[in-house]
Write a protein that binds this ligand. Structure first.
Ligand code: AMP
Length: 465
């Protein structure tokens, strides 16, 4: 006998079970509702893309691309092989004749693989889709949102997973008006409120654009070189590869050094300074409270100007529930037309953790639970039980109908354990009198109702929540 193996979810991935999954649905529905009110439409994207898409947009030196991507080789299918041969000047129809090409040439062409990556984030994919579908010709700004899993090979801990979920929104188009930034942030905070997230803090910053950021990065690099000996290995490496990321460091002994570094706010060009000032005015106009954080540079290369982050309570060190920013020029970098863009990605896992931790008792109570448990007894009452269960479900009432007869006491015990609000008692007496006994389980109050009154009563209960 082969050894029996029990399978477990891969490290950093997890199953989301009821009742947690009901909270996930509610949070996702809040996003759909709020985003629709702001004119956003959903985009459903592939889970994997060409590796190069991410490498080029996120940046080869970022942690995400250099260390964390799930990348695999996919053998080309016959169509792709033929296209490759044709691109190399080999006519596939003539291969059997052995004309005009060498065997190694064909072998080389057939050995082609495509490098694919499980998406570590979705902004690059949205930009790819924007270009692929010529969305720049659409009227006004293109406003899209997505919901789904992302993959990064990070060290798993509370609030950090290898398969995690994001809810994101992007605005793409010709305008970089500060009102776009502010409205997007307003929408984000409206979502957090609607989702039931308690205390959140919004941090904002501007990291300049291609005119002023390179000079600042150079200045930062020079200053960092002077203090290199006092920094840890990670930061030392980043001085050369990506000095902005040093500002992200959480290492305690580096903090006093970082605090003395030059700040980007003092090195923005006039346009970026003006843009940032107007974003802040627009936020004030909308009553959105924010804190400025000059060290908020974000981990991905494509950001320009506005960056922002939201943190929430109850999450320990992994307390960022959303990151976002402007990425003018990213579409162009991916060979699309000149386009402005801004977006955010909410971490669903952490948002839900925060809701659960801040209201350990309450979150379950607010979910729609089981309304009715049908306690039927006796073979003669079974057809009536099946029929009423169907009618109640058609009215949108959630019903549990035991598949096998149970003793009355056991039936009520199970109804209680399942958290049902009511037990609907159907015995032979009820069938004979064409009435039902509805028992409220919280206080054992009972009513006798005919079918119409029962349906009406439970439907109105459902409406009043
Ligand atoms: P980023 O795409 O890195 O800007 O992340 C945006 C948000 O996604 C973060 O604020 C987190 O809430 C969430 N997030 C990023 N990486 C992970 C992860 N490995 N596990 C759980 N949530 C994550």
């Amino acid at each position: 006998m082969p050894e029996k193996k029990q399978f477990r979810a891969i490290k950093g991935t997890r199953d989301i079970l009821p009742p947690d999954s009901a909270l996930w649905s509610r949070v996702e529905q809040a996003a759909r509702d709020v985003f629709a009110n702001y004119g956003f439409g959903e985009i459903r994207l592939p889970i994997f893309e060409e590796t190069e898409l991410f490498a080029r947009s996120i940046g080869a030196e970022t942690d995400v691309v250099s260390k964390e991507m799930y990348t695999f080789q996919d053998p080309l299918d016959i169509e792709q092989i033929i296209q490759t041969l044709v691109r190399r000047g080999i006519d596939p129809t003539k291969i059997h004749l052995g004309e005009g090409f060498s065997k190694p040439q064909i072998w080389d062409a057939l050995q082609q693989f495509e490098w694919l990556t499980l998406r570590p984030e979705a902004t690059a994919s949205v930009c790819r889709a924007y270009i692929e579908h010529g969305m720049h010709t659409l009227p006004g700004n293109v406003k899209l949102y997505y919901i789904g899993p992302m993959f990064r090979r990070e060290r798993p801990q509370k609030g950090r997973y290898r398969q995690f979920y994001q809810i994101g929104a992007e605005v793409l188009g010709q305008s970089d008006a500060p009102a776009i930034d502010a409205e997007l942030v307003e929408m984000l905070l409206v979502f957090f409120r609607r989702a039931g997230l308690g205390l959140t803090t919004l941090y904002i910053n501007s990291i300049g654009d291609k005119n002023c950021r390179p000079q600042y990065v150079e200045l930062l690099r020079e200053e960092l070189r002077k203090v290199k000996d006092q920094l840890r290995e990670d930061s030392q490496r980043r001085i050369e590869t990506n000095p902005l990321r040093v500002l992200d460091s959480k290492v305690a002994e580096e903090q006093p050094i970082i605090e003395k570094l030059p700040r980007i706010a003092d090195h923005l060009c006039a346009e970026c300074r003006d843009h940032f000032a107007k974003v802040k005015d627009e936020l004030k106009l909308r009553g959105v409270a924010y804190e400025e954080n000059w060290r908020l540079v974000r981990g991905l290369d494509y950001y320009t100007r506005t960056t922002f982050e939201v943190t929430a309570a109850g999450l320990g060190s992994q307390n960022a529930v959303c990151g976002g920013g402007r990425y003018d020029g990213l579409v162009e970098l991916l060979a699309g037309p000149p386009t402005k863009g801004i977006g955010f990605a909410i971490g669903s896992d952490r948002t839900i953790l925060s809701i659960q931790e801040s209201d350990a008792e309450g979150w379950k109570r607010r979910l729609p639970g089981l309304a009715v448990f049908v306690a039927w007894m006796g073979a003669k009452s079974y057809p009536a039980a099946v029929s009423i269960a169907r009618k109640l479900r058609d009215c949108g009432v959630s019903v549990e109908l035991p598949p096998e007869e149970m003793k009355f006491k056991k039936s009520l015990g199970l109804a209680d354990k399942l958290g049902a609000r009511y037990a609907l008692i159907i015995g032979e007496d009820e069938v004979a009198s064409e009435t039902y006994t509805l028992k409220r389980l919280s206080d054992a109050e009972q009513k006798k109702l005919n079918e119409n009154d029962l349906l009406e009563y439970l439907e109105s209960e459902k409406r009043s929540g």
